[in-house]
Design a protein around this ligand. Structure first.
Ligand code: ADP
Ligand code: MG
Length: 699
C-alpha cells in the first residue's frame, strides 16, 4: 500500500483533529485507507424520477419531483403531524412529518419544484411518504439525479456532530478524486484476465459511486472474490505449511484396532464409517501431523470412529485424549468409551471441572508415567496443568464451541517433541461455505450415511388444542416400552434464567402420567445430580425425561423414541435439529413433536416447516444460515472469522467456491509463492498479516 492511503484521516480536507477522533472512536477509521474501506451498505436509486401515478408500495425508496400546493397541521399531541401536498401533474401525494413540524413548516415553500426521496406508503387511499428527504430541485445540479447514491453506516454520536452518510460520501469522493489514489493489483494477471476483474482502484471507485448498476455489480464481484480469496489462500497456506514442516508420529501398528474390530465391535460399521477410519489411519501413517475435520449428522456414529482412531494411537504406545464442550457430554463419552475400553483392558479416565484435586494429582501422575492411556474431559483438560507422556491423538468433539486457540493449546500437552494428531468432530452439520472458512485449514471427512435400519424421525407440528391427543400418543409409546423426552425452553430475562416453565411442566406431566416415573434434568443441577438422572433414564427407571436443552448435545438413549419440544418456536433451527437427534437412535420408529402457539412469526414458521420437511442436517444448516446469517449461527467465538467486509457466506457460496479453487491451484503450483507472478500477492499477504496481528494485539 502506498503512503497516500496510510495518511492519517485528520489530514483530509474538512476532517481535522476533532472529527478524526470521533471517526477513530465510532467507526475505527484511522487512515485514508480505512475511510475508503468504509463501504456503503446500500445504494439509493437516484437514477430515476417516478411519476406519482406510477408509484407502488413495494418499491424501495424512490424520487418524486413536484410542487407543494398546500400545507396543513393535523391531529393533536403525539399524533400531531404536518402534511404537505405534492403534485406532479400525474397525481397528488402527501409528505408527512411527525417531528420538527415548526421548522419544516417554516422552510417549505409553496409552488416551487422540490425533489423528494423516501419510502412510499399507500394509506387512506393515497400515496404518502413519512419524513422524506426533500430539497429544491435544481435543473443544473447534476448530483441530484442520474446516479446511485451510496449510503454509509454512521452512529448517533456522529450524526449529532453532523457526520452523516452524505458527509462521509463527500469525504470519500474527495479521496477517490485525488491523483495519488491508486491501489496496486495483487491478484495474478491470469485471474484478472479470466474473470475480467475491475482493477482494485476502479473497483473501489465503483463500489462507492457506481456509474450504473452493472459497474456496481462488477465492483462487488471483484471485492468479494478478493476478500474470500485472501482468506482461503491464508488458510490453505497454513495447511500447506504444516504439511511441509510439521512432523507427525508414524502409527503403523494396528493390533488393538484389529482386535477390537474382530472381537468386540458392537455393530457393523457403515461404509461411511469404514471410509473415514481408513482416511484417519492413512493420515497417521504419513509422518505428517494429521489435522482432520470429521463432519457427520447427529446419530451418524462419530463416537465409535473416535474410539477406533484412539486405538490406532494406542497400538503404537501413544496416548489419546478427547475434549467435549459440556460436562454431561464428557461424562457420556466417558461411559460409552469405558465399556469399549474395558473389553481390551485399556485404562481410561475423566477430567472435568468437578474432578477433585486429589483425583487430579493421581491422574497427572498416571498420564506422565504412561499408565493412563485415554483421557476424556471438558475444557478443564486444557486449563489443567496436565501433561501426557506421549500424547498421540487429540479429539475435539463439537469443536465449534471451542476457539481456534484452544485447539492449538492442546498441541502443547505432550512431552514428546512431535505434536499430536488432531481430529476435530462437529455434530452440528455446518454449511459448506462456513466449513471452508472456519476449518479451511483442515482436511475433511464426512460421514454421510446413517447406521442401517435407522428410520428417519417423523416430525409433526402440533398446537395447544392437540395436547390431549399428544399425551395419548406418548402413553401408547411408553406402553410399548419406549421412553420420551419433553423439552422446555428457558426464558432469559435480564440474564436470569427462568425455570418456572420447566417446573410447571414437570408437575403437569407427573399429574398426567401418574403410572410412570418422570425425571427432570436442567443446567442448575450439579453434574452428579444430572449424571444420576441420566443414568436412571438410560436404565429405563424413568420413562419420561423433562428437560431443558442440556440434553441437546450428544445424549444417547436409543430406547427413547419421542421428543416433544414445548414452545418450539422459541428454539433456533440447529437447536431443534440437535434435540431431534436425541431420538431415532435405535431400530424403532421415532417421532419429534413440535408444540407451538397459533401465532408464529414468519421466521418461526420457516423454522418449523423446515424441521417438518427434512431430516437432513446440512439442508437445515443452510436454511439456518439464510435466516440468521453466518456469524450468528456459529456463536460469538467464531463470528470474527465469518464477518466479512463485503462477502456474505450465506449468499456468495459460488464465489467462495471459485476463490478456494484458485487459491488451492496457486499453492499446488507454487506452495511458497516464489513465482514472479505471485510476488504482488505474497507482499499483500505479508502486509495484511502484519496488520492483523497488530490489531489482535491492540484489541
Ligand atoms: P453422533 O455421530 O451423533 O455422535 P453416536 O456416535 O452417538 O452419534 O452414535 C449414535 C448411536 O448409533 C449410538 O447409540 C451408537 O452406538 C450407534 N451406532 C453408531 N454406529 C453404528 C452402526 N454402524 N450401526 C449401528 N449402530 C451404530
Ligand atoms: Mg456425538
Amino acid at each position: 500500500m502506498n503512503q497516500f492511503l496510510e495518511t492519517k484521516i485528520e489530514f483530509l480536507k474538512g476532517v481535522g483533529t476533532a472529527k478524526a477522533t470521533l471517526l477513530n472512536k465510532e467507526l475505527h477509521i484511522f487512515t485514508f485507507a480505512d475511510l475508503l474501506w468504509h463501504l456503503p451498505y446500500k445504494h439509493e436509486d437516484r437514477t430515476k424520477i417516478y411519476k406519482i401515478i406510477d408509484l407502488d408500495e413495494n418499491l424501495p425508496p424512490v424520487q418524486v419531483k413536484g410542487l407543494i400546493t398546500r400545507i396543513e397541521i393535523l391531529g393533536e399531541g403525539s399524533k400531531q403531524r404536518l402534511v404537505a401536498y405534492l403534485t406532479d401533474g400525474s397525481s397528488e401525494m402527501e409528505l408527512i412529518w411527525f417531528q420538527g413540524i415548526a421548522w419544516v413548516k417554516k422552510s417549505l415553500q409553496l409552488q416551487v419544484t422540490y425533489l423528494v426521496f423516501g419510502k412510499v406508503q399507500f394509506f387512506n387511499n393515497r400515496f404518502s411518504m413519512v419524513h422524506p428527504e426533500i430539497e429544491l430541485f435544481d435543473e443544473t445540479a447534476k448530483q441530484q439525479t442520474g446516479f446511485l447514491q451510496p449510503v454509509y453506516h454512521t452512529t448517533e454520536v456522529l450524526k449529532k456532530k453532523f457526520i452523516s452518510s452524505k458527509v462521509i460520501a463527500k469525504w470519500i469522493r474527495t479521496l477517490l478524486e485525488q491523483p495519488q489514489f491508486t491501489i496496486e493489483e495483487f491478484l495474478p494477471s491470469y485471474l484478472v484476465e479470466q474473470y475480467k476483474f475491475l482493477s482494485p482502484t476502479e473497483a473501489l471507485r465503483q463500489i462507492h459511486f457506481p456509474q450504473n448498476s452493472e459497474q456496481l455489480h462488477k465492483a462487488k464481484f471483484r471485492l468479494k472474490f478478493e476478500e474470500l480469496f485472501l482468506v482461503q489462500i491464508k488458510l490453505l497456506s497454513q495447511k500447506t505449511y504444516r504439511k511441509i514442516y510439521y512432523k507427525g508420529q508414524v502409527f503403523q501398528n494396528t493390533h488393538l484396532l484389529t482386535k477390537f474390530y474382530n472381537q468386540h465391535l458392537p455393530f457393523e460399521l457403515t461404509n461411511a464409517q469404514k471410509r473415514v477410519v481408513k482416511e484417519i489411519y492413512k493420515d497417521m501413517t504419513t509422518g505428517k501431523q494429521m489435522n482432520r475435520l470429521l463432519q457427520g449428522d447427529v446419530g451418524s456414529g462419530k463416537t465409535i470412529v473416535a474410539f477406533l482412531s484412539m486405538l490406532i494411537a494406542l497400538s503404537n504406545q501413544a496416548q489419546a485424549c478427547m475434549m467435549a464442550p459440556t460436562e454431561l457430554l464428557a461424562e457420556q463419552h466417558f461411559h460409552s468409551l469405558k465399556t469399549y475400553a474395558e473389553k481390551l483392558g485399556i485404562t481410561i479416565d475423566l477430567l472435568t471441572g468437578s474432578t477433585s484435586n486429589r483425583e487430579r494429582r493421581i491422574m497427572h501422575e498416571r498420564l506422565m508415567n504412561g499408565n493412563l492411556k485415554i483421557l476424556i474431559g471438558t475444557h478443564a483438560l486444557i486449563e489443567d496443568s496436565v501433561q501426557f507422556e506421549n500424547l498421540g491423538l487429540c479429539i475435539i468433539d463439537e469443536q465449534h464451541r471451542f476457539g481456534v486457540e484452544q485447539r492449538a493449546r492442546l498441541w502443547q500437552k505432550t512431552t514428546s517433541d512431535i505434536y499430536p494428531h488432531i481430529l476435530v468432530m462437529t455434530a452440528t452439520p455446518i454449511p459448506r461455505t462456513l466449513a471452508l472458512t472456519l476449518y479451511g485449514d483442515l482436511d475433511l471427512s464426512i460421514i454421510d450415511e446413517l447406521p442401517k435400519g435407522r428410520k428417519p424421525v417423523i416430525t409433526a407440528h402440533r398446537y395447544e388444542s392437540h395436547r390431549l391427543r399428544v399425551y395419548e400418543f406418548l402413553r401408547k409409546e411408553i406402553k410399548a416400552g419406549r421412553q420420551v423426552y419433553i423439552v422446555y425452553p428457558l426464558i432469559e430475562e435480564s440474564e436470569k434464567l427462568d425455570y418456572k416453565n420447566l417446573h410447571d411442566g414437570y408437575a403437569q406431566i407427573k399429574k398426567v402420567f401418574p403410572e410412570y416415573e418422570v425425571g427432570m434434568i436442567h443446567g442448575k443441577m450439579s453434574s452428579a445430580e444430572k449424571d444420576l438422572e441420566m443414568q436412571r433414564f438410560k436404565r429405563n427407571e424413568t420413562q419420561i425425561m423433562v428437560a431443558t436443552t442440556v440434553i441437546e448435545v450428544g445424549v444417547d438413549v436409543p430406547n427413547a423414541t419421542v421428543m416433544v419440544i414445548e414452545d418450539a418456536q422459541r428454539f433456533g433451527l440447529s437447536q431443534l435439529h440437535q434435540l431431534r437427534g436425541r431420538v431415532g437412535r435405535g431400530a424403532e420408529q421415532s417421532y419429534c413433536i413440535l408444540m407451538t402457539d397459533y401465532k408464529l412469526s414468519k421466521e418461526s414458521k420457516i423454522r418449523i416447516e423446515t424441521m417438518v420437511r427434512t431430516n437432513n442436517g446440512f439442508e437445515i444448516a443452510d436454511v439456518d444460515m439464510q435466516l440468521r446469517g453466518p456469524g450468528d449461527i456459529m456463536g460469538k467465538q467464531q463470528s470474527g472469522m465469518l464477518n466479512f467486509l463485503i462477502a456474505n457466506l450465506a449468499q456468495d457460496a459460488h464465489i467462495l467456491q471459485e476463490a478456494r479453487h484458485h487459491a488451492q491451484a496457486i499453492l499446488d503450483k507454487d506452495a511458497l509463492l516464489t513465482h514472479p507472478e505471485h510476488q504482488a500477492l505474497k507482499q499483500h499477504l505479508e502486509k495484511t498479516q502484519k496488520e492483523a496481528t497488530f490489531w489482535s494485539r491492540v484489541g
